[in-house]
Design a protein around this ligand. Structure first.
Ligand code: PLP
Length: 368
């Protein structure tokens, strides 16, 4: 998937330059855009290249496009309770700027039910409304009924945003068929370079740019394109294959079954509904995730807390709290992401390490 040496020259040039090197860079950029579009089931004109899903969320949520090409605040933002922090943070900033913000609840399985979306749309009328529900959750892997949610939003005259950073590549994905107005992709979630991504914009829908200046990306995202990153993102997009996650799903199930068999009182979040093939989120009451993480790290396993601590401070996951988990349980959740080449042996080794820590903790807590 590495960038070919012969491309290194091309990718170093500015695609907006008029000289032949610039035109070659432009051709490479547009080829990459076509590759990303084809992989995501979108038209090339729908792909606005960004630095990642976080930039995409901030662009879509912080302003709506006016028919004259300008921007104005959304009237109403209806955001699911399990959205990634980039969507939540951008929505909170939009609310400070005057948008009315309402949360759409999730159920105990981690699903945002279409009925909850319909209720939110009925309770919050407005002229410019945006509904944001992710395609699959990053902590539990739970796959959301976004086709139906997008349809409900459209029927109610609202626009829709589907954060597809986790779903794209792991399950079949087709933006045009989904019918959403906007979707977010992230390069590093599909094995591409961090700092790349895209906003997919439905043909006919307008995007209010967050970055102003040059006319790049059809005036939807100013700034010289990160061509070397985009070429890497396109190579990763061209090789996504949801079928390649079968081994990960088997490894995940093996890990969960071993834990279920050997330890009592564990909670597996979202395991009763459709999940991404690679994700497991498990909690053992009153056993802080940090402690499990440290023990597993020493054993050579890189797992995360229910909520990744981007600030260095671990907080109980808002996703698990939204599913009705008690805060102590939520603070005890770990999240395991199995790679596409994970084996049953990997799953067994991880389960054995975790169970050893569990046993040690049990013995330490036992009286006498
Ligand atoms: N949305 C989801 C569901 C994610 O998992 C992530 C990344 O962790 C993001 C958005 C943010 O993506 P990026 O790192 O490309 O800004």
């Amino acid at each position: 998937m590495g960038v070919l040496a012969s491309e290194a020259g091309v990718t170093g040039w500015n695609p907006s330059s008029q000289h032949s090197e610039g035109r070659a860079a432009r051709a490479r950029l547009e080829a990459a855009r076509r590759e990303i579009a084809a992989a995501a089931g979108a038209a090339p004109g729908s792909v606005v290249l960004t630095s990642g899903a976080t930039e995409g969320a901030n662009t879509v949520l912080r302003a709506a496009a006016r028919p004259d090409g300008g921007a104005e605040p959304w009237d109403v933002l209806l955001i699911s309770a399990i959205e990634h922090d980039c969507v939540r943070g951008a929505a909170a900033a939009a609310a400070e700027a005057g948008a009315r913000l309402a949360e759409i609840p999730a159920n105990a399985d981690g699903l945002v039910e279409p009925a909850a979306v319909a209720a939110a749309l009925a309770a919050h009328p407005g002229r410019r409304r945006l509904v944001a529900v992710m395609a699959a959750n990053n902590e539990t892997g739970v796959i959301q009924p976004v086709e139906e949610i997008v349809r409900l939003a459209r029927e109610a005259g609202a626009q829709s945003l589907v954060d597809s950073a986790q779903a794209f590549g792991k399950i079949p994905y087709a933006f045009d068929a989904l019918g959403a107005d906007f979707a977010l992709l992230s390069g590093h979630k599909i094995g591409g370079p961090a700092g790349t991504g895209a906003i997919l914009v439905r043909e006919g829908a307008a995007l209010a740019p967050a970055l102003l200046g040059g006319g790049q990306e059809l005036r939807r995202r100013a700034g010289t394109e990160n061509l070397i990153g985009i070429v890497g993102f396109a190579a990763a997009a061209a090789s996504v294959d949801p079928d390649s996650w079968t081994a990960a799903a088997s490894a995940r199930d093996r890990f969960e079954n071993l834990l279920k068999f050997a330890a009592q009182g564990l909670v597996f979040f979202g395991d009763e509904v459709h999940r991404l093939p690679n994700t497991s989120c498990v909690a053992a009451t009153d056993w802080r995730a940090e402690r499990q993480l440290m023990g597993l790290d020493l054993a050579g396993f890189a797992v995360s807390a229910g909520s990744a601590c981007s600030s260095g401070k671990m907080a109980a996951s808002h996703v698990l709290l939204a599913m009705g988990a008690d805060p102590d349980l939520a603070a005890s959740a770990i999240r395991v992401s199995f790679g596409p080449d994970a084996s049953a042996g990997d799953a067994e080794a991880l389960a054995a390490s975790w169970l050893e820590l569990w046993e040690r903790r049990r013995r330490a807590a036992a009286p006498g």
